[in-house]
Design a protein around this ligand. Sequence first.
Ligand code: TRP
Length: 436
Amino acid sequence: MSVQQHALWQNRWTFILAATGSAVGLGNIWKFPYITGEYGGGAFVLVYLFCILTIGVPIMVAEVWLGKRGRHDPINSLRRICHEAGVSGGWTVIGIAGVLGGLLILMFYGVVAGWALEYVWQSFKGSYTTTNLALEGHFGELTASSGQQIFWQTIFMLLTCGVIAAGVVQGIGRSVNILMPTLLLLLIMLLAYSLLEGDGASAARFMFAPDFSKLSGEAVLVALGHAFFTLSLAMGAMLAYGSYMPDDAHVGKTVLTVAALDTIIALVAGMAIFPVVFANGLAPGSGPGLMFVTLPLSFAAMPMGNFFGGLFFALVAIAALSSSISLLEPGIAWLEEKGVPRVAGAIGLGLVAWGGGLASIYSGEVFDFLDKITAQYMMPLGGLLIALLVGWALPRQWVRGSGELAAGSYNAWYLVLRYITPPGILLVFAHSLGLL
Ligand code: TRP
């Protein structure tokens, strides 16, 4: 069987944008603030940042490197690399779990993205002034209506499959070029507004003054899981995107750029949301509805709030779109190498994820289960395997000789990947299971 020539992105900038598009999504704007609220603020944020630095970034370098070296879909990249290195083909399980895990995430991710789309619709209808979009009211109604959620989730999945079907270069590479910078701009505007009108001091205290007595074992595991989730790690996405990376792009530098952008956007989103929470006497731990019940308060008070609200939720949906395509891409790329055309693959896998989405709409337990099993178990375990494969199983010269990292940063990275990352993940597991 001949393997077709893999398409490559034109330049390193497209890779950065696509990888940032994958990383920046609902995880940053929706999930990060609400779990920070639920798990007590500062101490949680600190653990999260620590996980990004010592576990997330080293694994991201390893995963992108694997993809770039493999130059195939995640499963076949791993198979080839292992074969070439003469190590067990069992490591391919990382790719298989990634393809499956991406689908599992999409089964709840698409539902939340659908909520954002519904808020776009409400905003442009001018609902901030007529009905009360803020607080629990509207969010409660929306999440109680299966019909509406199915409608919006379906639209979102159609968009996802449309971009996927259009292809890696045309679809993914192009769309992120304009959208990501616009999102950042709007978030900064929202941040400025929150700081001027809301309670910025309480928000800063909540997010950055750590109170370790509030830190539970579960919180540490959630922080670790979120470090993986927000950087799109261990689900084959970075393996797939790494395989489209042009030869002359350096893995180390680009990964640092993506991780920094992702972290900044999460912190900015938090600092845009919490001043509103505190200024209005709301509970920071109010759960998944946090963004949906607080930000409309800002938009309702703002001049041209309907417009800015609509624009904001549209950009959230777009950020979700550039992430959801990376959840589907590993499976699509794999099918493509099996001879299934992209369009057919997009329809097939899209239907699977859409069907799972129905299950999360009808059952809150399914929704929570999918979130938990992927973020708290599949990703940390997948990440552990990636660290062990690149740090211990593969020949040392492969990575060192590839010139992907400057000598100094190579040494630091290799050391962390071997000796800090794997024990770190195991420690968090042990801690959360109450063994420590
Ligand atoms: N990183 C995305 C977010 O924060 C979600 C995501 C996209 C993802 N692709 C992924 C998570 C692959 C894990 C693996 O919204």
